[in-house]
Design a protein around this ligand. Structure first.
Ligand code: SAM
Length: 260
């Protein structure tokens, strides 16, 4: 993405987004608002917040200097979309704090080619529109990886969830219910197994920093996407306690892939 484009887009985009955000805020205060519309407006608010956050931090990360630059050269590991799970021996990039770099990964990544030897991302990809942003972030990860560098990626395992649905695998379905979606509406006691499938495909938590699930993955389509951007030696991987989130272990598909 060129600076010129961003400078041009900055003012006009900000004006439009500010008006949209104000309109959404006003509409959401109306307690008679149709529920479907309020879900749409909430999502709009979140996307606007993400874009504004990106513009706010854009200049800062165009040319990384100082302690952050030093940390990048020392750790050579990047986590994207770690959220609250700040990994101290990684550079952490996320839309929201406490990341080292507040950045929207739907735009290109703010690093030169071949900066990192390892990139980790868990439960991020499904939050990106498919194929444009999903493919773009994987291409960008490929670009910033060094030769022989590795990507370790985890997504909700939609294939496993569907198999569990079809075979009524109670251990898996109950585990999913308790470990992951227990704070969602409707109350967990009311969930049917189809609700769990719905969460994998279209989670839309009512949290101002949480963006919806846009796309679901199984081993086949995730591998195909990785191949399409250049990755090789793509293999299913095990949960790694050094950096993976324990609460995601049961229902996450982990894949590792190399830049060769
Ligand atoms: C479901 S959370 C996963 C957090 C953590 N990886 C874990 O497994 O517990 C998704 C994370 O991705 C981040 N995220 C979503 N869209 C993003 C984007 N476009 N750019 C950067 N981060 C994003 C969110 O802010 C959030 O921290």
């Amino acid at each position: 993405m060129k600076n010129k484009f961003l400078r041009f887009g900055y003012n006009s985009t900000f004006t439009v987004l500010s008006s949209l955000q104000k309109a959404a805020d006003d509409a959401l205060r109306n307690r008679f608002l149709q529920p479907a519309l309020s879900i749409t407006l909430l999502q709009l608010q979140k996307d606007i917040k993400a874009v504004r956050s990106f513009y706010k931090h854009y200049e800062k990360y165009q040319n990384i200097t100082g302690p952050l630059k030093k940390k990048i050269s020392l750790v050579k590991k990047l986590q994207i979309g770690g959220g609250e799970r700040y990994l101290k021996d990684f550079i952490n990039l996320d839309l929201f704090p406490p990341a080292d770099i507040i950045w929207d990964c739907r735009y290109n990544l703010p690093f030169p080619d071949e900066t990192f030897s390892f990139v980790f991302s868990e439960h991020l990809l499904e939050h990106l529109d498919f194929p444009v942003s999903a493919k773009n972030v994987l291409s960008e990860i490929y670009r910033v990886l060094k030769y022989k560098g590795e990507l370790f990626i985890g997504v909700p395992d939609a294939g496993k969830a569907i198999r569990a649905y079809c075979s009524s695998n109670k251990r898996f379905l109950n585990g999913l219910k308790k470990s992951s979606y227990n704070h969602r509406q409707p109350p967990v006691e009311l969930y049917g197994k189809m609700d769990l499938i719905n969460y994998i495909f279209r989670d839309q938590a009512n949290n101002p920093n949480y963006t919806i699930h846009y796309w679901a993955y199984d081993e086949e389509n995730l591998k195909n996407l990785l191949i399409s951007v250049g990755f090789r030696k793509i293999k299913k991987a095990n949960f790694n306690p050094d950096y993976c989130n324990p609460k995601r272990k049961l229902y996450t598909l982990y894949i590792k892939a190399k830049k060769l």
